[in-house]
Design a protein around this ligand. Structure first.
Ligand code: ADP
Length: 409
């Protein structure tokens, strides 16, 4: 038995004359209600529709079968409904025309609503039905694929742009040094200093890009190792003393007892998280500002904690994966720098995103990748991340990571 006969067992047995007008929707729906293959098509995850109609008569096209996924997607009682009532996309209707005329067709359909989705449409001829030709119409949700594609293209464009800027500067200075500044010793020294800084910037960008791609590659693999978050913070702070001194910053710390903030994690990655957050706090602080760095444990999921400063806005940049009952170690890095405008807060972890007009204070301009790296690492560790800030009043970044199993209560 053909699949078609299985889907339309009653109608193929008693085919009426071709000129007969289509029966009412209820009769058609009943006709296709049984058959061994029906359950199979019905349960396919992608929407499947069968259209019947006269290729020369666009208004005659009706839906004679719609599986469960199609019924979820399109409102109303589909079987028996005119195709143009259910789907108005001109490209899709053209693809159905092609199939009714005997050739496969394809189209792309964007369905609006709160969440825009992109559907790849395929049509295939299914031969002659009782009241006209039949066409199969399948829809596949390609939103995620297209989104990933767009992100990849944007990412490459951004990365190339970021690398091209220091490169253009290097080329410019090389030209100058070979030309009119050739014999000017003072200019040579100045230009070589700038060139070194630009080369350093390129190196940092490449390091961050490599780091991000390595983290993304392993993001679904649980990290191995155990470390005390408080000790890790102390190690990072020790290494950053020269940077802190340079700006004459006052750093206050608050740490729990040794072992209280033990977490399961990849030590290098956790050090990277701490380093990025503390470096940002230093970078964006004015000279002689104050930083506060605290580790607390055990704490509950911090997603719902209100802002500590009533004038500030707090948003969750990453919610922890399984918060129910889990206990966490919380790291909070607070500065008194320029802060971040409220409407910019949600974008902070986007790659290459920088708040316009913000000065990072001197010799280490940012790559715009630091917080994206932090978010991916914290996600791999099934932790959470939040920021709290008010423009002109500083910023406070929190990261909380699940405590090692032995510490869980
Ligand atoms: P960058 O390398 O540019 O610092 P990040 O991803 O670490 O990149 O941060 C993204 C942007 O967020 C920064 O360019 C800056 O505009 C803003 N930002 C990050 N941390 C702070 C902070 N502590 N205070 C103010 N702005 C910050």
């Amino acid at each position: 038995m053909s699949i078609l006969k299985a889907l339309w067992p009653l109608r193929t047995a008693e085919a009426p004359a071709a000129e007969e007008p289509p029966p009412p929707a209820a009769v058609r729906a009943a006709d296709v209600s049984q058959g061994p293959f029906r359950a199979l098509v019905e349960s396919l995850p992608d929407p499947v529709l069968v259209i019947e109609g006269d290729p020369d008569e666009p208004a005659s096209r009706r839906i004679v079968f719609a599986n469960a996924a199609a019924r979820d997607l399109l409102p109303g009682r589909l079987e028996g409904m005119r195709l143009v009532t259910a789907l108005r996309n001109p490209e899709l209707l053209e693809a159905v025309d092609e199939a009714l005329l005997g050739a496969p067709g394809s189209a792309q359909m964007e369905a609006g609503g709160a969440q825009e989705r992109i559907w790849a449409v395929q049509t295939r001829p299914l031969g002659q039905g009782n009241f006209g030709r039949l066409a199969l119409l399948t829809l596949r949700d390609e939103t995620d694929v297209r989104r990933a594609e767009r992100m990849r293209v944007d990412f490459l464009a951004n990365a190339s742009h970021e690398l091209r800027t220091p490169l253009a500067s290097l080329s410019g200075f090389i030209e100058t040094l070979r030309g009119h500044a050739k014999d000017d010793e003072q200019a040579r020294e100045t230009f070589l200093g700038i060139m070194q800084a630009q080369a350093e910037r390129m190196r940092r960008l490449i390091d961050d890009l490599m780091s991000l791609s390595r983290i993304e590659l392993n993001e679904h693999i649980a990290p191995e190792g155990r470390l005390d978050l408080a000790l890790a913070v102390t190690d990072v702070l020790d290494a950053l003393v020269p940077l802190v001194r340079e700006k004459n910053l006052c750093v206050s710390t608050q740490m729990p007892a040794r072992g209280a903030a033990d977490i399961d994690g990849d030590r290098d990655q956790i050090l990277q998280v701490i380093q990025n957050l503390v470096e940002n706090a230093v970078k964006y602080s004015g000279n002689e500002g104050a930083l506060s760095i605290t580790v607390s444990a055990p704490v509950a999921d911090d997603s719902t904690t209100p802002a500590l400063d009533p004038a500030a806005t707090r948003i969750t940049l990453l919610a922890p994966d399984r918060p129910a009952g889990r206990r966490f170690a919380l790291l909070r890095v607070t500065d008194q720098g320029p802060g971040i405008p409220r409407d910019r807060l949600p974008r902070l972890t986007e790659r290459f995103y920088r708040v316009e007009g913000q000065k990072s204070g001197g010799t280490r301009p940012g790559t715009g990748l630091g917080l994206a790296i932090v978010k991916h690492i914290v996600n791999r560790h099934r932790g959470g991340m939040a920021v709290e800030s008010a423009e002109g009043r500083g910023a406070s970044f929190s990261v909380w990571l699940p405590l090692a199993e032995k510490e869980a209560t």
